[in-house]
Design a protein around this ligand. Structure first.
Ligand code: NAG
Ligand code: NAG
Length: 223
């Protein structure tokens, strides 16, 4: 079990990964042809950068950490991934004390990935779509529309990414690199989420004044 200090550090780190992923997404969006041809196009590294959106990702990433932490603690307990050989290093990195054969290990990884994707992914996706929408100040009907436009897309991309990432993590990545590997995948994931949120905002912009206000003064004045 993590101490409150460890959990806080983890939350700040996850928030940082989320905000960085969102910033990369904003950078990529600013490079697309359809992004606004404003005068400031090349005067800054990320034209039209919205720090407040990166801040929302930071807040969301940090706030969600206790939930994902508890879930992973549950998975570790219920579906322990043992090592084929017990080493001091594996123990330090929190692998369970169970020593498993390679086949048992694969079985456990498959079960764990299946439970994770069947139970946690749909909930985490909903939490993100509605949590982020709430942080953007959307009202109930806008939140529902956000859910309609974003939920299935995110869930499907989640299914395309996370099971593969987890299988690779547990079968091909050396123990010492698994946590950094997880953070790297999470960075890509948050870049995708940042892009998905941008797209959802774009599609809501024309008919919802609130979304227009949130999209920033630049966009609001352009209309
Ligand atoms: C922006 O790009 C244009 C060409 O696309 C160039 O003429 C201009 O000098 C650039 N402005 C700045 C501030 O770099
Ligand atoms: C990989 O495994 C580590 C340690 O078991 C975990 O912290 C990390 O979240 C995992 N990453 C992925 C992508 O499954």
């Amino acid at each position: 079990m993590a101490t409150p200090t460890q959990l806080l550090k983890l939350a700040l780190f996850s928030g940082g990964v989320s905000a960085t992923g969102n910033t990369i997404a904003q950078y990529l969006v600013s490079r697309t042809p359809e992004s606004t041809q404003s005068a400031s196009k090349n005067s800054s590294l990320i034209p039209g950068y919205e720090p407040v959106q990166a801040l929302r990702f930071f807040a969301y990433g940090a706030a969600f950490t206790p939930f994902s932490y508890r879930w992973h603690a549950f998975l570790n307990w219920r579906f322990p991934i043992g090592s084929t050989i017990k080493t001091a290093a594996s123990k330090k990195l929190g692998e369970s004390d169970v020593v498993q054969s390679a086949a048992q290990r694969v079985g456990m990884v498959l079960k764990r990935v299946a439970i994770d994707q069947a139970v946690f992914a749909p909930l985490a996706t909903g939490a993100f779509v509605f949590g982020m929408g709430a942080l953007e100040g959307l009202g109930p009907s806008e939140l529902l529309e956000r859910g309609r436009t974003q939920y299935m897309d995110i869930l499907l991309v989640s299914y395309a990414l996370w099971p593969a990432a987890q299988l690779i993590n547990f079968s091909a990545i050396p123990l010492a690199y698994r946590v950094p590997f997880g953070s790297t995948v999470s960075l890509f994931w948050n870049t995708y989420l940042g892009w998905s949120s941008w797209k959802a905002k774009q599609s809501q912009k024309p008919h919802t004044p609130a979304a227009r206000a949130i999209a920033g003064p630049e966009v609001a004045s352009a209309n």
